[in-house]
Design a protein around this ligand. Structure first.
Ligand SMILES: Cc1ncc(COP(=O)(O)O)c(C=O)c1O
Length: 367
């Protein structure tokens, strides 16, 4: 097997990560503890939200959002047909119905128009996935959702801390969810966060996050809750990562700009587009391959790049291609799935690495 020289992702620890994790261990607060409180407090201040709940990962964040909204069996939840499909999977676990929606072929995100086409009287929530660090067109979507009185969950797992009209992705809808998995912009190994402003909603989610137990009375299950808590050790890592956020973001911007400089105008490659009011922090730089210029297809390009020691990732499969969902054909999502590859985009990727990746991609194009 060829040795991977440039991996797709790599977490970097530049600050007090080891020190804070050690502090958590030494304190013996290894389940809940002060780093969890601090991470929630720092995160909500940064995002301008009233409440933040730290959770065990980005999938439980979505699950908690559904529980907070009292999603019931048979409720319909609108989710994009192209993107990471955690929101659809959690819907199935709750016997809710994921209703898949087309996305815009240039931004790869859902639009108000796409969503409007799939709403029904049974729609109980809309989940926006801000794919690869892009942000959906929030003004039009929020206007539609408010008109129909449907809560909006922003799955900002890939879009922290991208902004829409200056507001952080995840802070605009009814609930925002985030992932701190190892490849994400800040990481706690596994982890996540839920943001919301509504006090009652947050009280419900707080209960469901921890066994449905009320603190004031031991072992009294108020609701059939889960254990979705983040540990103090993971939160310690998260606090240190947040302290490095400016540096992480500026290095990610450098990486994105370097790719743009090389890839814009390169035959056969089309970068993801961002709306003018979106200020993205790109989680993964991704391109569409033109089948005329790359006739070997997406999967062959991935293998050929791997032979050069460079790990690219394929785009997501469209929901309509996966057997676990009841989803009719989504031509735009399927076309994106067939043609997108994403490239290494982590903060310590050097400009020389980026040149090498772009040179290799150009070399694979049909001349
Ligand atoms: C958009 C999106 N939502 C949710 C998740 C799930 O997050 P986690 O892996 O932390 O459960 C991911 C991926 O990790 C994601 O990319």
């Amino acid at each position: 097997m060829t040795k991977v020289v440039i991996p797709w992702a790599k977490p970097d620890f530049w600050g007090a990560e080891k020190q804070y994790v050690n502090e958590a261990l030494t304190s013996t607060w290894i389940s809940g503890g002060p780093f969890v409180d601090r991470l929630e407090s720092d995160f909500k201040s940064l995002c301008g939200s009233k409440h933040a709940l730290a959770v065990s990962n980005g999938t439980t964040a979505i699950h908690l959002a559904y529980l907070g909204l009292d999603i019931r069996p048979g409720d319909e939840i609108v989710v994009p047909g192209f993107g990471f499909l955690a929101a659809a999977n959690v819907a199935l676990h709750m016997s809710a119905i994921p209703v898949f929606c087309e996305v815009n072929p240039a931004t790869w995100c859902m639009t108000a128009e796409d969503i409007g086409r799939v709403l029904t009287p049974r729609t109980r929530a809309i989940v926006l996935v801000h794919t690869y660090g892009n942000v959906c067109e929030m003004d039009a979507i929020m206007a539609l959702a408010q008109e129909r009185n449907i809560p909006v969950i922003e799955d900002a797992a890939e879009a922290f801390p991208s902004r829409y009209r200056g507001k952080p992705a995840g802070s605009i809808g009814t609930i925002g969810t985030y992932s701190f998995q190892a490849t994400k912009t800040i990481t706690t190994g596994e982890g996540g966060m839920v943001l919301a402003n509504d006090d009652n909603l947050v009280e419900r989610m707080t209960l469901f996050r921890s066994h449905g137990l009320l603190r004031k009375r031991h072992y009294w299950h108020e609701v059939p809750g889960h254990n979705f808590r983040l540990t103090n050790m993971q939160a310690a890592l998260g606090c240190a990562q947040l302290e490095q956020l400016d540096r992480i973001v500026s290095e990610r911007r450098r990486v994105y700009d370097a790719y743009c400089e090389r890839l814009t105008g390169m035959p056969g490659l089309m970068l993801q587009q961002f709306l003018p009011n979106v200020d993205p922090v790109v989680w993964a730089v991704a391109v569409r391959l033109d089948p005329v210029v790359y006739p070997q297809g997406r999967d062959a390009v991935l293998s050929q790049m791997l032979e050069f020691g460079i790990e690219l990732r394929p785009g997501f499969y469209a929901a309509s291609q996966l057997d676990i969902y009841d989803c009719s054909s989504l031509p735009i999502c399927e076309a994106l799935a067939a043609s997108i590859v994403s490239a290494p985009s982590f903060p310590t990727l050097t400009n020389a690495d980026i040149d090498c990746i772009c040179d290799r991609l150009a070399q694979l194009a049909r001349s």
